[in-house]
Design a protein around this ligand. Structure first.
Ligand SMILES: N[C@@H](Cc1ccc(O)cc1)C(=O)O
Length: 326
């Protein structure tokens, strides 16, 4: 796969394509990041962006993981002490999951966000950004009467992180799009360069195929799940024999194969008894999806196989978590 394709694999969108093509033409020494608010256990949402970072590492870019402790604090996630402890666990799980430790720069937000230059730039942004504009950048705050001033400072700091971490590309889930658009608008006002951004898709809810998989509502898979729990969750997943279920629904089983399993394994084997046609082997997501649609691959076999591979993916992180808790 060439560098551009590797960067673009499983990306929902990039802004702009031209800027990403320039980056792909000369990736050496270019810096990319994802920022995470520390939260105890990694779940599939985190792993989607982590997969992208692994792709980018492979493509030759330098990867930065921001452990966004100050952002978590501004978002009411607890005391600094609690947040930092969580961040350390999160870092260990990312490494266990496959981000190369030597090639990954883990940075705490508080290492640079409390410096004078950063603070003065932040105040300048506060002065030039209306409350309305900042609030629009935070999709989940729309119409929330309890939103705090800290929630308006939050996207302005995320904007500055892109400059202060000296990045060439910002990566996040599609839910980060509005903040990244704010950053593209605001950075030039401070005479800083505009940077491209890349957004990963949001996987649909596992049981219903609707909306998005989230840890606050519905079922999500995390590094805390035992093999049996994972099997149970995957077996009860929504999996019609099609890529495009009716209406707004998605096929979450296929999405998990596409976004999580195929990027991390060269070959997927569906084990079946001889009397049901024997094992099936796939090297590409498209072939597996075609077989599900044609009936060659039964949804129950697809789910069983998905559970096995997801289990293998989360096993090192689960092990690490156990170790940390003992
Ligand atoms: N906003 C991100 C966290 C984040 C914080 C700071 C950043 O610079 C980048 C990302 C989230 O919702 O998880």
């Amino acid at each position: 796969m060439d560098t551009y394709d590797l960067i673009m694999r499983n990306a929902e969108e990039v802004v702009t394509d031209e800027e990403v093509r320039d980056l792909a033409a000369d990736p050496e020494g270019k810096r990319v990041y994802v920022g995470y608010e520390p939260s105890g256990v990694l779940h599939l949402g985190h792993l989607l962006t982590a997969n992208k970072l692994i792709d980018l590492q492979e493509a030759g870019l330098d990867v930065v993981v921001l452990l966004a402790d100050v952002h978590a604090y501004l978002n009411g996630k607890g005391s600094f002490e609690e947040i930092r402890e969580t961040a350390e666990q999160m870092k260990a799980q990312f490494i266990a999951y496959g981000l190369e430790e030597d090639a990954t720069e883990f940075v705490y937000g508080s290492e640079f966000q409390l410096e004078e230059d950063y603070t003065l730039d932040l105040h300048e942004l506060e002065l030039s950004t209306t409350m309305n504009r900042a609030q629009r950048a935070m999709a989940e705050l729309q119409g929330d009467e309890t939103a705090k001033v800290s929630h308006l400072v939050y996207p302005l700091m995320q904007t500055l992180d892109i400059e202060y971490l000296d990045l060439d590309l910002a990566v996040g889930g599609l839910d980060q799009r509005k903040v990244h658009m704010l950053a593209r608008e605001k950075l030039p006002e401070l005479d800083y360069e505009v940077r491209p951004c890349l957004h990963t898709p949001i996987v649909a809810d596992l049981t219903t195929g609707e909306g998005k998989m989230s840890s606050s509502e519905g079922v999500t898979i995390s590094m805390e799940d035992s093999t049996a729990e994972l099997e149970e969750k995957v077996n009860s997943a929504f999996c019609p024999p099609t890529r495009d279920p009716e209406g707004d629904l998605e096929n979450p089983v296929l999405e998990l194969f596409e976004y999580h399993v195929f990027p991390r394994f060269d070959e997927i084997v569906v084990e079946r008894p001889e009397k049901y046609g024997g094992d099936l082997t796939y090297e590409a997501y498209e072939t597996l999806a075609d077989d599900l649609e044609s009936g060659e691959l039964h949804p129950a076999d697809a789910k069983g196989t998905l559970a096995t591979y997801l289990d293998e993916l989360i096993a090192p992180g689960r092990e690490k978590l156990r170790e940390l808790r003992n």
